[in-house]
Design a protein around this ligand. Structure first.
Ligand code: ATP
Ligand code: MG
Length: 351
């Protein structure tokens, strides 16, 4: 994967590179609102490190968005390949970044033993990582969208996620062999894992924010927008990287900035209206959705702890986060609309 356009976020990039270089000691949850740029940032950090320190790093990289995992066999297919990495990348040479992003390599016979469950996949992974470490390489393992494995079981009553986290703790905190990075925008998933796998003292958070608005403003002006147009984009859309690259595409196609902004707001309003009208079977649930969204009519964010009887709101908050209308930051306990267009839409529809 090439990164076509990267609006500078130097501090986060430097911090992440430091984590990729650090001696393995913990699991890192890379989190932030949907589409804020987590994957792109991680790839950029990886790409820069590979350029400045060739041969120094091994990255095992699992992008779960593109995988369908249903049971033991597909788990083995996810982690292992019998094809050598060089062979695979020769075929897909257009993807320069794929060169060192690998899954675990096994001989054909071992692969068959794995599939027949005569070998423990975690033992094999650990062996390969040890070999990398012995060669003096810093090993990082990245799981992008790990929540997609939430309901996968390796055997009856054995959840894959729980097994994985035991393994991650062994790799990082216990044997100091690899850093483990887990990226997700589903922060309730992180909280669930944190409690269930008893991660206190073994894991920490790395937040990816929306792009810095003053950087975005400069970027827009460099790309030919007037001051007024740049202000409008910042006010209505903010540092939303996906929207910004779409905006540039629209401008190239001859569309006006105002038109694009309006379109984003209309889309956001449609999303809010749809949820208000159709969210769930009962009128009562719709009232809950309305009550929670109304919290943002006159403020940008709320601390969940400051709500009267927060537990009454919890199912609706979780529901709205799962629909990507809201984002919950587990570090400061704040809940907010997931994007600026959604914030404006809530105000227009409910204000
Ligand atoms: N720093 C950046 N500069 C320019 N474009 C960016 C930047 N970061 C991300 N993008 C673009 O924004 C879009 C979303 O980015 P990305 O997929 O990295 O977000 P994400 O947080 O991983 O999203 P998700 O929550 O869906 O996993 C992509 O189209 C990407 O190319
Ligand atoms: Mg992503």
């Amino acid at each position: 994967m090439r990164i076509p356009l990267f609006i500078n976020r130097q501090k986060e990039l430097d911090d992440l590179k430091k984590l990729f270089q650090s001696s393995p000691n913990s699991i890192v949850f890379v989190y932030g609102p949907k589409s804020c740029g987590k994957t792109t940032l991680m790839l950029k950090a990886y790409e820069e490190l590979s350029e400045t320190h060739p041969q120094k790093f091994t990255f095992y990289w699992f992008d779960l968005r593109t995988k369908f995992i249903s049971g033991y066999d597909s788990i083995i297919d996810l982690f292992f390949s019998t094809t050598d990495i060089k062979e695979r990348t020769a075929k897909g040479a257009q993807e320069r970044i794929a060169v060192d992003l690998k899954v675990f390599h096994v001989e054909k016979t071992r692969w068959e033993e794995l599939k027949a469950r005569r070998l423990d996949p975690f033992d094999l992974m650990m062996d390969e990582i040890r070999r990398d470490v012995e060669k003096g390489r810093r090993v990082n393992i990245v799981f992008d969208e790990l929540q997609r494995l939430r309901d996968v079981y390796v055997a009856e009553n054995r959840n894959l996620i729980d097994e994985l986290f035991d393994f991650f703790i062994a790799l990082s905190k216990v044997y100091h062999l690899a850093n483990v990075f887990v990226a997700t925008s589903d922060t309730f998933f992180i909280e669930e894992i944190w409690t269930r796998s008893r991660l206190e003292g073994s894991a920490h958070y790395f937040k990816v924010e929306w792009l810095d608005e003053s950087e975005v403003r400069n970027f827009l002006i460099e790309n030919g927008l007037s001051e007024g147009e740049a202000d409008l984009v910042i006010e209505k859309i903010g540092g939303h990287p996906w929207a910004l690259s779409e905006l540039l595409g629209h401008i190239k196609g001859g569309k006006k900035v105002q038109e694009f902004v309006q379109q984003m707001l209309e889309l956001a309003k449609a999303k809010v209206r749809t949820l208000l009208l159709f969210s769930d079977e009962t009128a009562e649930n719709r009232e809950d959705v309305k009550r929670v969204l109304s919290l943002f009519v006159d403020r940008d964010s709320v601390e969940i702890g400051s709500l009267d009887e927060p537990s009454l709101y919890t199912p609706t908050i979780k529901f709205l986060c799962s629909k990507e209308l809201l984002f919950y930051d587990p570090l400061d306990g704040k809940l907010m609309p997931s994007t600026k267009p959604i914030l404006h839409a809530i105000r227009e529809v409910l204000g």
